[in-house]
Design a protein around this ligand. Structure first.
Ligand code: ACO
Ligand code: KIV
Length: 513
């Protein structure tokens, strides 16, 4: 039978210590209710002595949830403990979390207390709190910079005084996985009465080791893990609880632990906390980042299309995400492009795919992200260009002294020759269109010109529609490109191609007649 690891969430206390975060009572209750859905065992709702508002919020959270135990933090002094007793008066399923620093640095430089004084204070406070609460957690703040034998001594005293959970926080994110595991092994092997308490780990991420340290503690015998959803918290934050939960589930083969966490609630919980705290989740964040289940390179996309397990160790839906994302971009391959077309309802042949893929790569070189609208436009443009007599090649523009423009336009003819048109106009588009007329020796009147962006972002594709009049008949043209000048010239040439194609069909009809 696998051992059960308890999840202690301190998003509402240590998470609120994130610079700039301030949660009001309603927000705390909303988060707590979501943490309950997530399957959190213990919710640290705040620090009752910090302010009357926090005391009221701690009480409101305890009244709102039914399953999790709710605790409030307190320093090792009677005033802080009384604030917790008052906040929880008349409420069941609540507890207290008392802490005092044990490390020489904190004893000497912050508390100005000797080892004996620290122990005396800890014992007095735990005994007092144990008269009011069945659940008394005691934390040795800065445990990882504390002498091991002093930690053991403190532990034995507070166990005797009535503590039910003993926490050894890595308050400043200083420890390493090996060292943290040794701390727990030492306490488990040498502390009198340790079998009567639950050992807990609490890690900060100052050196990026919060998850590794927490999991090392669990492997060494800690049965409770403390942290915050999204890894928020003081300085570099606390361990992200969703990472520990996903790790214990994904590697159950190795860790052999059970948890009460409903993994499918993770995405919802993370989003709510991000919204209410205003702390956004980095896209590359493990488990919950927007890119956690997004694949952007051709070889990975091909593997995922064939079988998701090639590049996914976690199913996105198992942590509440909707689906795996294949992000199309310059590193994508044909298989991913074809799959996206199929998902969008287009069935394309290998031949079509080959042609559109070249255009896709050209576009991807110019654009950061390719959206569905872009690839649909690529496919549709391909079809219209198949009948082209003329194709826009390139152009250059000069601004003249009188602010008019001069355009040099190069047009590719079906037979491979290049035609140059030069003209001046009172704006870039006017000059380009006159240059095209001049080069192709055609007289057309621009009746309408519309431009719109097809997808999102500054590098979005522009789509240009033109309507021209030639010998009393109207023709329309359309083109897309990330460069709107390019799209404008191509759309005009598209309309002229329709003039030419109509003229040549008249000519062949006349020959037949
Ligand atoms: C590792 C952690 O995350 S611990 C939790 C940190 N969270 C917070 O501090 C948020 C809430 N804090 C607050 O609102 C305020 O700091 C209060 C209300 C608790 C205390 O405010 P003040 O009385 O003005 O004290 P202040 O914050 O300036 O200094 C802290 C005092 O507590 C003492 N202290 C610190 N930790 C403890 C402890 N565990 N047990 C007893 N005393 C402690 C300090 O030595 C200092 O005492 P001093 O005033 O005699 O020098
Ligand atoms: C109060 C304790 C548990 C704490 O937050 C820390 O040491 O980081």
């Amino acid at each position: 039978m696998n051992e059960r690891v308890y999840f202690f969430d301190t998003t509402l206390r240590d998470g609120e210590q994130t610079p700039g975060v301030n949660l009001n009572q309603e927000e705390k209750v909303e988060i707590a209710l979501r943490l309950e859905q997530l399957g959190i065992d213990v919710i640290e709702a705040g620090f009752a002595a910090a302010s009357p508002g926090d005391a009221a919020a701690v009480r409101a959270v305890a009244n709102a949830v039914t399953k999790p135990l709710v605790v409030s933090l307190a320093r090792a002094n009677k005033g802080d403990i009384d604030a917790v007793i008052n906040a929880f008066t008349g409420i069941e399923n609540v507890g207290i979390h008392i802490f005092i620093a044990t490390s020489p640095i904190h004893r000497e430089k912050k508390l100005f207390m000797s080892k004996e004084e620290v122990i005396k204070k800890a014992v007095e406070c735990v005994s007092y709190a144990a008269q009011y609460f069945k659940h008394v957690e005691f934390s040795c703040e800065d445990a990882t910079r504390t002498e091991l034998d002093f930690l053991r001594e403190v532990a034995e005293h507070v166990i005797e005084a009535g503590a039910t959970v003993l926490n050894f926080p890595d308050t400043v994110g200083y420890t390493t996985p090996e060292e943290y595991a040794q701390l727990f092994q030492y306490i488990l092997e040498h502390t009198k009465g340790v079998e009567n308490v639950r050992l807990s780990c609490h890690c900060h991420d100052d050196l990026g080791l919060a998850a590794s340290n927490s999991i090392a503690a669990i492997k060494a015998g800690a049965l409770q893990v403390e942290g915050c959803v999204n890894g928020i918290g003081e300085r570099a934050g606390n361990v992200a609880l969703e990472e520990v939960a996903a790790l214990l589930e994904t590697r159950k083969d190795y860790y052999q632990k059970e948890t009460g966490i409903n993994l499918t609630e993770i995405a919802k919980t993370s989003k709510l906390i991000s919204r209410l705290t205003g702390v956004s989740v980095p896209p590359n964040k493990a488990v919950i980042g927007n890119n956690a289940f997004a694949h952007s390179s051709g070889i990975h996309q091909d593997g995922v299309i064939k079988d998701k397990t090639t590049y996914e160790i976690l199913k996105p839906e198992s942590v509440g995400f909707v689906e795996t994302k294949l992000v199309l971009g310059k590193l994508s391959g044909r298989n991913a492009l074809k799959k996206r077309y199929e998902e969008l309802g287009y069935s394309i042949t290998q031949e079509q795919l080959k042609e559109v893929f070249t255009k896709f790569k050209e576009l991807a070189d110019r654009k950061k992200e390719i959206f569905d609208e872009d690839i649909i436009a690529l496919l549709e443009t391909k079809t219209s260009e198949q009948t082209s007599t003329y194709t826009f090649k390139d152009l250059s523009l000069q601004v003249l002294a009188n602010k008019d423009y001069r355009a040099f336009v190069h047009i590719l003819k079906e037979d491979g020759s290049v035609i140059e048109g030069i003209a001046e106009g009172n704006g870039p588009i006017d000059a380009i269109y006159k240059g095209i007329d001049q080069g192709l020796n055609i007289k057309a009147e621009l009746i309408d010109y519309k431009i719109k962006s097809i997808s999102r972002g500054k590098d979005s594709i522009g789509e240009v529609f033109v309507k021209i009049k030639h010998e009393e008949a109207l023709y329309q043209g359309r083109a897309i490109h990330v460069d709107i000048i390019f799209a404008s010239a191509s759309a005009y040439i598209d309309a002229i191609n329709r003039v030419v194609s109509l003229q040549s069909s008249y000519a062949s009809a006349e020959i037949k007649n």
